[in-house]
Design a protein around this ligand. Structure first.
Ligand SMILES: Nc1ncnc2c1ncn2[C@@H]1O[C@H](COP(=O)(O)OP(=O)(O)OP(=O)(O)O)[C@@H](O)[C@H]1O
Ligand SMILES: [Mg+2]
Length: 261
């Protein structure tokens, strides 16, 4: 489904992503882990078109998408959530989810202003679909609450609903359990499994190693922008380079701190 080859991204003198290749098959849950600053979020930003790679190619379902604008990549069926939650905190939960459909709807501005039938039908469809997604992520009944009033964990669920409402083929989650307690982490694992069962392929950035090991079919590890491992979970956690990357660089810090910033 996804074939990224030789991706390089430099920020001045820093090579944040250094010749990384990654293939993802349809239906997989792939983990992307690595110490702070390893280049994980930058990798997502390249895949979603926020940054253009300096080098490398990205084929999604056989079509080259590197360097396309973010909305065009979204239209190909790739959606994401953000490490720093990005919600319209003053707006309702429902309106936040509906935003995820904007790149798909076609009735247009004038139709909405004139209240044309096509725009009204579309609005109803978007609302129904958004409510359905809120139910899937476990937030049924919360649609009229102000997003900023929800707990941190529930705000992350709203972000996932917003990503899912566009019915993506590939969902990218950037630290979905950051700041969650053990029970919420378990619930999030269940939700990600459900998303996959419904046919969406997932790439997951996580600091919580036990979660990625329990959930992922395969784990890729970045360290200083370089991919140092890519294998089944059991092989990755016992890989000497992976152990060194974590112990060497996070001395005094917990590997699974889930630190959000
Ligand atoms: N827009 C930018 N301009 C300059 N440097 C950047 C930019 N974005 C990221 N970086 C740098 O690139 C490196 C990789 O950052 P990135 O956010 O991708 O890491 P990460 O693996 O997601 O880390 P974390 O686990 O802390 O979220 C870091 O050194 C970071 O400071
Ligand atoms: Mg990050």
């Amino acid at each position: 489904m996804l074939d990224m080859q030789g991706i390089i991204k430099r920020f001045g003198g820093l090579t944040a992503v250094d010749n990384v290749s990654l293939k993802v098959r349809q239906g997989e849950i792939v983990g992307l882990i690595g110490p702070n600053g390893a280049g994980k979020t930058t990798f997502f930003n390249i895949l979603t078109g926020i940054y253009k790679p300096d080098e490398g190619t990205i084929a999604f379902e056989g079509r080259e998408i590197q360097g396309l604008r973010p909305y065009r990549i979204a239209r190909c069926g790739i959606a994401r959530t953000f490490q720093n939650i990005r919600l319209l905190k003053e707006e309702t939960v429902l309106d936040n989810v509906k935003v995820g459909m904007f790149h798909k709807t076609g009735a247009g501005l004038w139709a909405s202003i004139l209240g044309l039938r096509s725009a009204r039908d579309e609005e109803r469809m978007v609302t129904e679909e958004s409510l359905r997604m809120l139910e899937i992520v476990g937030l049924a009944g919360c649609e009229h609450e102000q997003a900023g009033n929800l707990s941190y964990g529930n705000q992350r669920r709203v972000e996932i609903a917003r990503a899912l409402v566009s019915r993506p083929k590939l969902l990218l989650l950037d630290e979905p359990t950051a700041g969650m307690n053990a029970e919420e982490v378990q619930e999030m694992m269940g939700l990600i499994r459900l998303i996959r069962e419904q046919g969406t392929t997932v790439i997951l950035i996580e600091h919580n190693v036990s979660m990625v090991v329990g959930l992922c079919d395969r784990i890729a590890v970045l360290d200083h922008g370089v991919k140092i491992a890519d294998d089944v979970p059991e092989a990755v956690v016992s890989h000497p380079a992976v152990i060194e990357a974590y112990i060497g660089k996070e001395e005094g810090e917990e590997v699974d701190s889930g630190a959000a910033h």
